[in-house]
Design a protein around this ligand. Sequence first.
Ligand SMILES: [Mg+2]
Length: 240
Amino acid sequence: MRYILFDIDGTLTADGDGGGAGSAALNHACRDLFGKENGFDSIQKAGKTDLIILKEGFALHGVPYTPENAQAFRDRYLYYLARFVNEDGKRAHSLPGAAELLDALRERADDVAFGLLTGNWSDGARIKLGSVGLAHYFFSNGTRPLGAFGEDAPTRPDLVPIAWKRFRERYGRDAEPGDTAIVGDTPRDIEAAKANGAAAIGVTTGPYSRAQLEAAGADVVLDGIADTQAVLRVLLGGGK
Ligand SMILES: [Mg+2]
């Protein structure tokens, strides 16, 4: 069995001309709760978990990171995220080939399992993917989504063992590092794969270049996921 884990932002989806709904939602929650405009603009977000982004934002504005404060912020963020992605279609779009690739993987369900490895909270992941028609590949009613999410661990390398645990719970067999490929657009995705012995597949559809992803240790760097057959060869061939 092959196990494939996908990042979301910059890998399956990209921001539209109106900017990222996630960043806008963080700023709006910050304005509502902390009274600061554009309060999360200076925080570098690519590849970080929502938890770390939140903690950095709280520290920047001198707000104590308590469970109550975090919950209030998270609720506000999710409210705005859902509003922004649904109110106009240009906030995000799926990247070319995303649906075709996921269809192709689903057709191989006998020997391929796939899920998400994302810093987004699962609720945010569902909202973002739902807005571009990709949620149904990962979320279905009554089943826990495969993969790992922003609420599961503070940093990406720690998400990988959690994703393996969920594969094991679903399929009843252990996922091995050598059977796993992690696809993402930032050095943090690459580091998460390398730290766990999985194949690291970089894509240049996010903010980082081929050279930066190779420097981070990517086994393979692709221009994106548009060429379904070429991506499948990499993902199913062990990422070499
Ligand atoms: Mg990303």
